[in-house]
Write a protein that binds this ligand. Structure first.
Ligand SMILES: [Zn+2]
Length: 81
């Protein structure tokens, strides 16, 4: 069974930033060419599934929201650190 990037515990920042990135490695179509991953071996860019796009967009939104909250409450963020 092949592993998709979303099956990893956390989406990498790069993968979350590219909702339309490759199904196997998250790299956008244009710079992709042929890549190797343990899951898919050598492969050309392949469209992500709807579930992958949704997961990436959600991860990106959550990251932005966390950054905005940290910016709005710098004292709390500092106290927590
Ligand atoms: Zn790929």
């Amino acid at each position: 069974m092949n592993r998709l990037p979303e099956e990893d515990a956390a989406l990498s920042e790069r993968t979350a930033a590219q909702p339309s990135g490759c199904r196997w490695c998250g790299i956008p179509k244009r710079p992709h060419a042929r890549r190797w991953t343990a899951a898919a071996g050598w492969h050309a860019w392949q469209a992500p599934t709807d579930a992958q796009i949704l997961a990436r967009m959600r991860a990106r939104r959550a990251r932005r929201l966390a950054a905005r909250i940290a910016a709005c409450a710098p004292q709390e963020a500092r106290a927590a650190a």
